[in-house]
Each structure stands twice: as structure tokens, then as C-alpha cells.
Design a protein around this ligand. Structure first.
Ligand code: SF4
Length: 245
């Protein structure tokens, strides 16, 4: 698996993760409006905490028109468990008002329009496009940033550049699913502090795999006659000089 190009690693990772994770968001929603609001609320918190507050929120404010005219203090109280509730309440109310004013209360299915809404960046826009509309979008959150860097698909930290790079490696029909699966893999296996590489299905080609690093170290110590190649490339047995002709 050594020597794979970044594009090959991206395709292989997409293939391997496909049978393991459904290409779904864990945010509970019924339509594009709910998905948009839930995604904004999910900043800096878990999907579980968002799912705990949205049923009551959407029961009271089922669409953009209702939420646009909501009392901010009431909204704050309802979404408090998601954290940053003051800013988030202000944002989802402003976003709903913008939907009413500029898009007849509907969520627009175009990234160019979505990113003009208050509190909506490319990550949120791509999630909504992919999950609510089935339109290809590669959302780059903290998990996707970490995994694409560990997998050697990018050296960038800027989500916009990562999105541009990875979407050049995969066909559009794989963008949404790959992003959603990377997020799930990042939550369950390739976690931030101590990635669980021995359990990871990508560990035979991931440049950051600790499994490979350990096995390389084992090979080094198990080859007494070997010499270390320059630049940490492993070992090579000493060979006799080539015969002269
Ligand atoms: S092998 Fe390790 S570092 Fe690489 S993707 Fe898997 S868990 Fe993450």
C-alpha cells in the first residue's frame, strides 16, 4: 500500500468506509429548514444535545416564518443545553428572517445563496445541500479536517482549501457520503487525542497509522543484520558487492 497517491488513498478510504457507516447525518430533522437550524445549533456541541432540544423547538416554531418572529429569550431557554445559546438563538432567528425576506421562507438549494444567510458558512451549507437536497457537497468540519490530514489527502488547515482539494479527488456523487462517513469515523475510531489505529480499516495505507509505525519498528529490531535506510525508510539487508564484469 506504500506509495499510493493522495487521490488513490481518498478513493480507497471512501470504499472502505462505505460498508461501515450509513451516509446520514445524526441530526434529527424532517425537512431542509430543520436540517439548517439543527446544523447551526450543532456548532461546538454534540448531535445528541441538539437532538434533545429540537423536537420541542420545531414543535413550537415549525418553519422559518414562525422562528423569524420568535421571542429570543424563549428560544434561548429552549436551546440552552447546546451551549452558546445567546448567539445561537440570535443566529437562527436572523437566519429564519432572511429566509422569509429573501427566499419566500424556503431554504434555497444553492450554495451561493445558502452562504449569504446569517450564521451559514460553507460547512453548514454543504451539509444542508447534501443531506436535505441530495446535492453533492463536501462539508469540512473539525473531524474531516483531522482525518483528511492524517490520511495525507491534504496538508491544509483551511476548510475551503481542503474542500477544494478533496473534491478534486472524488466524483461529485461521493462527496456528501465521504464527508458524513469521515465525521462518523472521526467520532468513533480516528478520535482527536488517541486514534484507535489497530481497529481502523484504513490502517494499512494511512500515513499516520500507529500500527504501521509500530510494525516498522518491530521489523527494525527483528533484523540484526539490517541497516537503517536514510530518511526512516526501513531496513535493508547488507548485500555483497555486485560482481564486476
Ligand atoms: S489508521 Fe489511525 S490515524 Fe489513520 S485514519 Fe485510522 S485511526 Fe486515523
Amino acid at each position: 500500500m506504500a506509495g499510493l497517491r493522495a487521490k488513490d488513498r481518498a478513493r480507497l478510504a471512501a470504499q472502505r468506509l462505505a460498508p461501515l457507516y450509513p451516509a446520514v447525518s445524526e441530526l434529527v430533522h424532517r425537512d431542509a429548514f430543520q436540517m439548517l437550524v439543527a446544523t447551526i445549533l450543532s456548532a461546538q456541541t454534540t448531535d445528541r444535545s441538539v437532538n434533545a432540544v429540537t423536537p420541542a423547538l420545531f414543535a413550537k416554531y415549525p418553519d422559518a416564518a414562525a422562528l423569524a418572529h420568535a421571542d429570543p429569550l424563549e428560544v434561548e431557554a429552549m436551546i440552552k443545553p447546546t451551549g452558546f445559546f445567546h448567539v445561537k438563538a440570535k443566529t437562527i432567528i436572523a437566519c429564519s428572517a432572511a429566509l422569509v425576506e429573501r427566499f419566500h421562507g424556503e431554504v434555497p438549494p444553492r450554495i451561493e445563496d445558502l452562504v449569504t444567510l446569517p450564521g451559514v458558512g460553507r460547512k453548514t451549507a454543504n451539509v444542508v445541500l447534501g443531506v436535505a437536497f441530495g446535492i453533492p457537497g463536501f462539508a469540512v468540519d473539525t473531524h474531516v479536517t483531522r482525518l483528511t490530514r492524517r490520511l495525507g489527502l491534504t496538508k491544509n488547515t483551511d476548510p475551503v482549501k481542503i474542500e477544494a482539494e478533496v473534491t478534486r479527488m472524488l466524483p461529485p456523487e461521493e462527496w456528501t457520503a465521504f464527508s458524513l462517513r469521515l465525521i462518523l469515523h472521526g467520532r468513533r475510531i480516528c478520535v482527536a487525542r488517541a486514534p484507535r489505529c489497530p481497529e481502523c480499516v484504513l490502517n494499512d495505507f494511512c500515513p499516520s497509522s500507529t500500527v504501521r509505525a509500530k510494525s516498522r519498528r518491530r521489523r527494525l529490531t527483528a533484523t540484526p543484520a539490517g541497516v537503517r535506510l536514510p530518511h526512516g525508510r526501513g531496513t535493508a539487508a547488507r548485500r555483497p558487492p555486485a560482481p564486476r564484469h
